[in-house]
Design a protein around this ligand. Structure first.
Ligand code: ADP
Length: 517
């Protein structure tokens, strides 16, 4: 892993400082601390050497052009809260951080057509506050950790479980500075002055928004996102399933309800540790250096009042429709009556606190402390079919693999339109070298094991991107080669996000510039 050459770096920093009137530049220890991954498994570099923080305008184009001239790689981040997937650090600390968090304007919110246009520094909390302050009837889909940016989260395929919970799918129109410094607007934004930018995703030709999701092809400077219009009514159903092996049946039932459109959101089914790790620490239940055993797990569930699986789904729409759907859902869930099925309702006019809308908070971070002071996690998302049998098989495989390396099972299934997303968080103590090594090995095993059943990873930290990409092997890794060709066209100097794409080294079309692997 090579960091930018000292002389090139000084020339680059002097150059961008001269070109831009309002640019913050950070170097030294402060920079190393601020842009490190607090959850790193091991250090691949010596820490971030420098960061640049523009306030907007044409600064980004100037920075990207200057980076090309001086051969200095850049790693764009929005708010840098990508915890569990690399945080604010660049892969191997090999790039200067291009921190866009000062660009935090909400440029537009349209209530009638339910969309917004935001800069990268806008967090979910900022947007929530804005909607509250102006009393706008729009709801957010929020990820577990709400202090991150809407832009960074959508670009990394973050998830929530509202009907708008597939955040990358809600993107409508981007403004992007490509790797060579050219400024582009996607979709109808390409028609200067068009009011259609956030209303229709494609112009003539492909939908290019998706090209900038999880890629290193450009720096996103503005993003359009669709929001959820406030419904007339909502309802939530919570189920605590005490039987671990009942997962398959619950998946089948919820899937069937979703396919028939009785359920509008993405039902989520989470293992008990997902909640327990927010409310307790591991040492409350065990001091052993192995995965929690059956007895400890049972004691924990009894004490915290949790099911083995804890499911939640929500209904939205006009009052009559929600009641009709709820009737069907309650009937279908009768076989789970022993599992404590709880229903709550809200309708417009009642206190908004009781509505089933997403409220962003920083609380989701608490689970990192599960393994104590040095607590951390790395996360892995795998796409599976909507099948109860496959959910159970996958859960047992992951449990077995994690148990074999002494890591607890912390997992949630999100039931989507045509697939089910399983997000596993591997919680570890980063001060425990042996545990870090075990987690690293386990993560790679999980990738391979899923791929042998035909399942690929949809989100992984840059640390594991090459491993996760390598399983996409059709026609001798043609997909990676195509990605590398697009990269070469849009970022010919290989300046942006080195190591992020995870293309195998031999097909990486990179010139003489420092590369991450
Ligand atoms: P968040 O602010 O939601 O915490 P980050 O800023 O950490 O998210 O972004 C996560 C990752 O997404 C970054 O490491 C980077 O690879 C990519 N990314 C984030 N923002 C941008 C952007 N504006 N342009 C290009 N890539 C971005």
């Amino acid at each position: 892993v090579t960091s930018p050459d000292d002389r090139a770096l000084s020339r680059f920093l002097a150059d961008v400082e001269r070109r831009s009137s309002d640019l913050e530049i950070l170097t030294g220890d402060d920079c190393v601390r601020r842009y490190s991954d607090p959850f790193r498994l091991r250090s691949l570099g010596d820490g971030t050497v420098a960061a640049v923080r523009p306030s907007g305008g044409t600064a980004i184009q100037d920075i990207v052009r200057s980076a090309n001239e001086h051969g200095v790689p850049l790693w764009p981040i929005s708010r840098g809260e990508n915890l569990g997937y690399g945080g604010s650090a660049s892969f191997g600390d090999a790039a200067v951080i291009l921190d866009l968090s000062r660009m935090n304007r909400i440029l537009a919110v349209n209530v009638e057509d339910a969309f917004c246009l935001v800069e990268p520094g806008v967090s979910f909390v900022d947007m929530h506050d804005h909607l509250q302050r102006h009393d706008l009837p729009l709801w957010l889909s929020v990820p577990g950790y709400g202090l991150g940016s809407m832009v960074g989260n959508a670009l990394e395929r973050g998830v929530g479980n509202s009907p708008y919970g597939d955040h990358a799918s809600q993107i409508c129109g981007l403004e992007v500075v490509l790797g060579d410094g050219e400024l582009v607007r996607t979709g109808m934004g390409a028609l200067s002055g068009s009011g259609m930018w956030q209303r229709q995703r494609a112009a003539l030709g492909p939908r290019y928004d998706e090209l900038f999701v999880q890629s290193g092809y450009g720096v996103v400077t503005k993003m359009g996102l669709w929001l959820m219009p406030q419904p007339e009514a909502s309802a939530a159903i919570e189920i605590e399933l005490s039987d671990r092996d009942g997962l398959g049946g619950l998946v089948e039932t919820l899937t069937s309800l979703k396919r028939q459109a009785y359920i509008q959101d993405s039902p989520v089914i989470a293992s008990f540790l997902t909640m327990a790790a927010l409310r307790s620490v591991r040492s409350d239940w065990s001091d052993e250096r192995r995965a929690l055993n059956l007895e400890e797990s049972r004691r924990l569930r009894d004490a915290l009042g949790l099911g083995w699986w804890n499911a939640r789904t929500r209904l939205y729409g006009p009052v009559d429709m929600v009641e009709l759907c709820l009737g069907h859902v309650e009937k279908a869930l009768r076989p789970f009556a022993d599992s404590g099925v709880r229903v709550s309702r809200w309708r417009r006019g009642e206190p908004i606190e009781n509505a089933h809308r997403g409220i962003p908070s920083g609380g989701g971070l608490a689970n990192a402390q599960w393994c104590g002071e040095g607590g951390a996690h790395v996360d892995l998302a795998v796409a599976l079919p909507l099948s109860g049998a496959e959910a159970m098989r996958h859960a047992l495989r992951v449990m077995d693999l994690l148990e074999s390396v002494g890591v607890d099972y912390h997992s949630a299934f999100y039931l989507r339109e045509r697939h089910m997303l399983n997000i596993v968080q591997l919680l570890f103590d980063r001060n425990d070298t042996a545990m870090c090594e075990a987690v690293e090995a386990a993560y790679k095993m999980l990738i391979i094991d899923a791929s042998m059943r035909g399942y690929g990873v949809t989100r992984a930290p840059a640390h594991f991107r090459a491993d996760a990409m390598a399983v996409f092997d059709f026609a001798d890794h043609a997909l990676s080669r195509m990605g590398a060709r697009i990269k070469a066209a849009l970022d010919p100097g290989a300046i942006l996000s080195p190591g992020k794409d995870g293309f195998p080294a031999e097909i990486r079309p990179i010139g003489s510039l420092p590369t991450a692997r």
